[in-house]
Design a protein around this ligand. Structure first.
Ligand SMILES: N[C@@H](CCC(=O)N[C@@H](CS)C(=O)NCC(=O)O)C(=O)O
Length: 200
């Protein structure tokens, strides 16, 4: 039994989706950032955290990769070249899509009002996203997923980032990248997770 701490409207959604994909038992403590529930386990106050076997794991990508490795799905095995490609996609997406969306989010609703310069950072964010989407599209093979036949953590992170990009009003993926996202959103576990998110 796992406990997911964090609002499903945050990056906790990634963990929720992974738990649903893997068919695991879990409960959710729906907590906002810097609430007592999250500060009790993560000194940064950031979401999400996962309680697993009496230990706390933080950082969404580390959590979902742990679940994938432990339960033997959503990932290529460690030490394989396929896993190297998967991790390469995951890191690239975290740096270039997630990082850029997060800068925009900080200037929209995280920073204190006087530190927000949303329109000033938008041009740089748009440039970064556009460049990242082009290089991502060029790296994708025949599919159906980023690393071939297996739906992995990397596809899950891509899809979640694209939801943020839509919310922030950034350029959206096209071509093979958009097709992967569309396929991912049709997965029953995604649909279930989104219903849970909406109801939260
Ligand atoms: N690398 C972390 C980032 C965590 C993060 O920044 N979470 C946001 C919500 S999606 C948060 O709690 N922000 C509060 C803050 O930055 O103070 C992860 O992927 O889990």
């Amino acid at each position: 039994m796992y406990t997911l701490i964090g609002s499903p409207k945050s990056r906790a959604f990634r963990v929720l989706w992974a738990l649903e994909e893997l068919g695991l038992d879990y409960d959710i403590k729906n907590a906002p950032p810097h609430s007592e529930d999250i500060l009790a386990v993560n000194p940064s106050g950031k979401l999400p955290a996962l309680l697993a076997d009496g230990q706390v794991i933080t950082d969404s990508v580390a959590i979902i990769q742990f679940l994938a490795d432990k339960h033997g799905a959503l990932t290529h095995p460690a030490g394989t070249l396929q896993r190297a490609h998967q991790d390469s996609f995951t890191q690239m997406l975290s740096d270039e899509l997630d990082g850029t969306c997060w800068v925009m989010a900080k200037h929209s609703f995280v920073f204190p009002e006087e530190m927000r310069h949303k329109e000033a950072v938008r041009a740089g964010a748009e440039w970064d996203i556009s460049r990242a989407l082009k290089s991502l599209e060029a790296r994708i093979g025949d599919g159906p997923w980023l690393t071939g036949d297996t739906f992995t953590v990397a596809d899950l992170v891509l899809t979640h980032c694209s939801n943020w990009m839509a919310m922030i009003g950034l350029e959206m993926p096209t071509g093979k990248t958009a097709e992967i996202i569309e396929r991912a959103k049709a997965r029953p576990a995604y649909v279930r997770s989104f219903d849970i998110r909406d109801a939260s």
